[in-house]
Design a protein around this ligand. Structure first.
Ligand SMILES: Nc1nc2c(ncn2[C@@H]2O[C@H](COP(=O)(O)OP(=O)(O)OP(=O)(O)O)[C@@H](O)[C@H]2O)c(=O)[nH]1
Ligand SMILES: [Mg+2]
Length: 291
């Protein structure tokens, strides 16, 4: 018997969706960061086994009020991943008493199985479990609750068994050696964006989009050039930093992770450009792959 299906991981920003998907796949696919709205795309993480193939979707955190067209596109990914799922996981911080009620209503009406997965139990205590369970029983009656820590990989085996129980039988959708739907270039741009979230504060990383414009594999080294698009000259100056120190740090940090990811030496060039209000520019968003 071979099981196969699509599992969508939904939840508020920072619930730990990307941490969970990476832990399940055993690879650093999605960017993880303590800042909210880290994930901007829908990213497949494919878990392959002789007896099953599970295609997990990591989605952007649900934000009720879209501020930019970029956010609208991000929420489209969430909607789309609700439609084609065989199983939905609502991932929620166990200690957070404010679920997104719109998402809860959608899940109530779901025609596929829903698991309420309560994350970050390492930050909680067991005495609180009955109250949390009661809270969710009322919100989403009849849906199973599983407590995990994605960060510490606690109870992920239980979660995986439960998922496999609920998935339909079927053939694999993707070749068994494939672990994602995204390209190497995409992950390179994500690594750079992830480093920006760590290095720069406030609005800066959110104002930026990365475009890999050159990816040349040579015998001993891979030459990568990426544009960092930001919205204003003032933001460009912050990204560069005094005497270019900040961008240098970004380049060094990102290069190390890219080298680890592609298992080759990398020469990385970063170019900062200004494109006013790209977050509201449909054409720019189309070209940047938010389709
Ligand atoms: N203590 C603890 N922290 C966790 C756990 N899982 C995730 N985190 C942390 O929560 C933060 C957010 O994790 P992400 O995986 O980026 O969350 P996300 O849901 O993908 O967030 P967005 O992409 O912004 O929607 C990071 O700092 C993680 O290290 C957990 O089980 N325990
Ligand atoms: Mg994420």
């Amino acid at each position: 018997m071979h099981k196969s299906g699509f599992v969508t991981i939904l939840g508020k920003p920072n619930a730990g969706k990307s941490t969970l998907m990476n832990a399940l796949i055993g690879e650093r696919l999605s960017v993880i960061n303590a800042k909210i709205q880290t994930t901007r795309h829908r990213i497949f993480g494919i878990l392959n086994h002789d007896d099953y193939q599970i295609v997990f979707s990591d989605t952007p955190g649900i934000v009720p009020h879209a501020q930019y067209k970029l956010h609208e596109r991000m929420m489209n990914y969430v909607r789309e991943s609700l439609v084609d799922a065989d199983l939905l996981i609502l991932l929620h911080d166990a200690e957070d008493p404010r679920p997104d009620l719109e998402a809860v209503e959608k899940l109530k009406a779901a025609t596929v199985p829903v698991l309420v997965v309560l994350n970050k139990v390492d930050l909680s205590t067991q005495e609180k479990t009955p109250a949390i369970t009661a809270f969710w029983d009322e919100l989403l009656p009849g849906k199973e609750k599983i407590y995990i820590s994605a960060l510490h990989k606690y109870n992920l085996d239980v979660l995986l068994r439960k998922i496999l129980d609920l998935l339909p039988e079927g053939e694999a959708f993707y070749p068994k050696d494939q672990i994602t739907d995204k390209t190497e270039r995409f992950f390179v741009s994500e690594i750079i964006r992830g480093k920006m979230l760590s290095i720069y504060s406030k609005e800066i990383p959110y104002s930026a989009e990365i475009q890999v414009i050159e990816f040349k594999e040579q015998e001993k080294i891979t030459k990568i050039t990426a544009n960092i698009i930001t919205e204003r000259e003032s933001q460009k100056a912050i990204i560069l930093g005094h005497q270019g120190k900040k961008i240098k740090q970004l380049g060094t940090d990102a290069r190390k992770d890219i080298e680890e990811f592609i298992q080759k030496k990398v020469y990385l060039e970063l170019i900062v450009k200004v494109d006013k209000d790209w977050r509201n520019n449909d054409l720019f968003l189309d070209r940047s792959g938010y389709v």
